[in-house]
Design a protein. Sequence first.
Length: 356
Amino acid sequence: MEPSESRNENGAPPLLSRPEPPRWPLWIVPGLVLLAGLSALAWFVTLPFYALWPGPVEEVSDLVKVERGPALYELNGDMYMLTVTLQEVNAFEFVQGWLDPGIDVVAREVIRPEGVTPEEHRKVNLRLMDNSKQVAIEVALRFLGYPVEYIGEGMLVASVAEGTPAHGRLEVGDVIVKVGEYAVSVREDGIDAILANEIGDTVPLTVMRGDSTITIDVTLVEHSQDAGRPMVGFVPETYNGSSNLPFEVEIETHGTGGPSAGVMYALTLIDLLTEQDLVGGNIVAGTGTISPDGRVGPIGGVRQKVVAAQNAGARFVLVPDENYADALTVKRDDVEILAVSSIEQAVDALEQITAG
């Protein structure tokens, strides 16, 4: 028997009842609004951190021009300078950088000292690059036997970091002509004189400020980026630096800042000006500052630079001695990392690569 169909009092089938809408707890809607607001805040608010990414690489020989000088010898291979891309991060990017082994996230003051604006930081880095190019040219030519002298009129205070001995004592534009009893002609003179002291020492600085010469005593503190190293807390540059070059050399930078390409500029110029083949058909990348006496100094972002070198197909990567341990932490394939401390050692490393 078919089941009977229920009907209402008028004999018509009953209307289907509509389900009641779900009843959400009262806190759901404001909770969702709060979550959306926090997400927007996390995206648009910049945190006091920088992310360091592998930056672009450049073939250095394409950047070097020699006018009215000796014949140049084309490189048999490639020499790359390495860079790091810096980016201030929001909360999402902070987490992304923390999870990605190829990215380092560091406190903002490690990259840009407190009180220094992004524009001031950019200008300082561009000036540091100009100084690095000049010193690299001088070092390369002196290595090749050319009589070259780099001179200046002191160490210029390019910027001052808040919370350091320099803050409130030194001013941007000051020119330091003596550190203790050591006369300062170029930037490196002043750095060496400061490093000859210990953390906690009080050192007198003889400073030209406008038309006056004054003495300022500063107590050295530990360097914010280099444990065990003393610092005053300012970015130094050579004041009115110049070299008596035997011929004109120019290096293009395309807006890249910082001093860390110095060793690769010097090595490339040496290879271009000598018949000896230093590269030997290899792809060699490298990084490191260069001092007038040929010393190779430490740089930032070495891990990202090793990644960039590997991505560019480099077989060998030159890094400063001080950065060697960090460079070895990068997961890499067939890339050999070579530690160097001077231009002579860097040339020797290339000669061994070619011989091998």
